[in-house]
Write a protein that binds this ligand. Structure first.
Ligand SMILES: NC(=O)c1c(N)nc(OC2CCCC2)nc1O[C@@H]1CCC[C@@H]1O
Length: 324
C-alpha cells in the first residue's frame, strides 16, 4: 500500500490531468463518476491528513473560502480596451492605418467572448493571483473564486518563473439557463445575460457559490511574449494550450483585410452556433514585433480592433436561447 502522501500526489495528478484533457483539449478521459470518485477520495485523505493539504490541490476547486471583501490589486500592465469597428469601412480604415506603419501584415481573428477579462499570475508554476479588470490599472483580487474554475490550471504544465496571462471568464449558455431556472424556482431575480451572471458569480464572497456556477475561461494573451520567444499571436495561443489553458479553437489567420471582412460577414450568421455568447470578433496583427512597432493610443492598441456584430431584435435572441 503506497504511503498516504504518494496516494494524495497520484490523485492530484490524475485529477488535474483529467481537467486538462476535458477543459484544455476538450477530450474528456474520465467519466463524471470516475472523476468525482477521485476527487472525493482526495478530499477525504486531505481531511484525514491535513499536513499534506496544499493550496494548489484540486480539492480546493470546490471552494470554501469566504472573503470579507476583495482586496485591490494593481495589474502588472494595464488592461487595455479595444477600438470598435462596425462595418467593412471601419475595417478597411483599420487596415490602412496598420499598413501605413508596417509593410506585410497577417491578421489573427478570434471570437470575441462576451464575458469579463480576468488577469492571472503564476509564480514558479503555481497560480498565485487572479484579478478582475477593474479600471484597467487596478482590479479586484478574486483568486479563491478563480481556483474553482477547472479551465484555469492551478499549476502550469511547463517550467516558467513567472507568467502573466489574460483571458475571458464567461458563463456557458447551459450554465446560464440552469442557473436562471434555479433562481426562478427560488423566486430570486434572474440574470439578464450570461455576461452579467459571470460577473456576479466571479464577485461572490463565498467561493463555494462560484464553484457551483460552472464558469469557463478562454486564455488569449501572455505579457512580454517576446521574452518567451513567442513571435506571433498564434504562437502565444499554442503556448497557452501547452501550458494547460483552455484556448478558444475558433481562430483564423488571414493575410488580407478583404478576407477578414468576408469572415466577419459569415460569422454574423453563425454567432449563435456556440455554447457561449460572443459579441463580435477580435482582429489582431499576428506578428509580435509588428505589434510593438504599432504600439498603443492613449487607451487601446493600434494593432487590434474589435468587430462588433450588428445589434439584434430582442425576440430573436430570446427565441434563440429558449428554443435552442
Ligand atoms: N473578449 C475576447 O474574447 C478578447 C480576445 N479574444 N482577445 C483580446 O485581446 C486583447 C489583448 C490586447 C488587446 C485586446 N481581448 C478580448 O477581450 C477584450 C478585453 C477588453 C475588451 C475586450 O472584451
Amino acid at each position: 500500500m503506497p504511503d498516504v502522501s504518494q496516494r494524495i500526489e497520484a490523485l492530484r495528478e490524475q485529477i488535474e490531468e483529467a481537467n486538462y484533457q476535458y477543459y484544455g483539449l476538450d477530450q474528456p478521459t474520465l467519466s463524471d463518476a470516475e472523476y468525482d470518485a477521485l476527487l472525493q477520495e482526495l478530499i477525504r485523505l486531505e481531511k484525514e491528513h491535513p499536513e499534506f493539504l496544499t493550496p494548489d490541490s484540486p480539492s480546493q476547486r470546490v471552494g470554501g473560502y469566504i472573503a470579507k471583501e476583495f482586496p485591490k490589486v494593481r495589474h502588472a500592465e494595464a488592461l487595455l480596451s479595444l477600438d470598435n469597428a462596425f462595418d467593412a469601412g471601419d475595417l478597411l480604415e483599420f487596415d490602412r492605418r496598420v499598413r501605413a506603419l508596417v509593410a506585410e501584415v497577417e491578421y489573427v481573428v478570434e471570437l470575441k467572448i462576451d464575458g469579463l477579462t480576468v488577469a492571472l499570475t503564476y509564480e514558479d508554476g503555481a497560480l498565485v493571483r487572479g484579478a478582475t479588470r477593474g479600471d484597467g490599472e487596478v482590479g479586484e483580487e478574486i483568486t479563491a473564486n478563480l481556483k474553482t474554475i477547472p479551465a484555469i490550471p492551478l499549476r502550469l504544465r511547463k517550467q516558467a518563473d513567472r507568467l502573466d496571462v489574460r483571458g475571458e471568464g464567461y458563463m456557458p449558455k447551459g450554465s446560464f439557463l440552469r442557473l436562471n431556472q434555479e433562481r426562478e424556482e427560488a423566486g430570486q431575480p434572474l440574470f439578464a445575460n450570461p455576461r452579467n451572471a459571470a460577473a456576479g458569480s466571479l464577485r461572490q464572497l463565498d467561493s463555494r457559490i462560484t464553484a457551483q456556477r460552472k464558469l469557463g475561461y478562454f486564455a488569449y494573451q501572455v505579457l512580454t511574449p517576446e521574452e518567451g520567444e513567442l513571435a506571433s499571436q498564434t504562437a502565444v495561443l499554442d503556448y497557452l494550450k501547452e501550458q494547460g489553458f483552455s484556448v478558444n479553437p475558433e481562430y483564423r489567420v488571414f493575410s488580407a483585410i478583404e478576407e477578414v471582412i468576408a469572415y466577419c460577414g459569415e460569422m454574423v450568421e453563425k454567432r449563435h452556433n456556440y455554447p457561449y455568447d460572443i459579441d463580435g470578433l477580435v482582429i489582431k496583427v499576428n506578428d509580435i514585433a509588428q505589434q510593438r512597432e504599432l504600439g498603443f493610443t492613449a487607451k487601446s492598441p493600434r494593432w487590434a480592433i474589435a468587430y462588433k456584430f450588428p445589434a439584434e431584435q430582442v425576440e430573436t435572441v430570446v427565441e434563440d436561447i429558449v428554443i435552442r
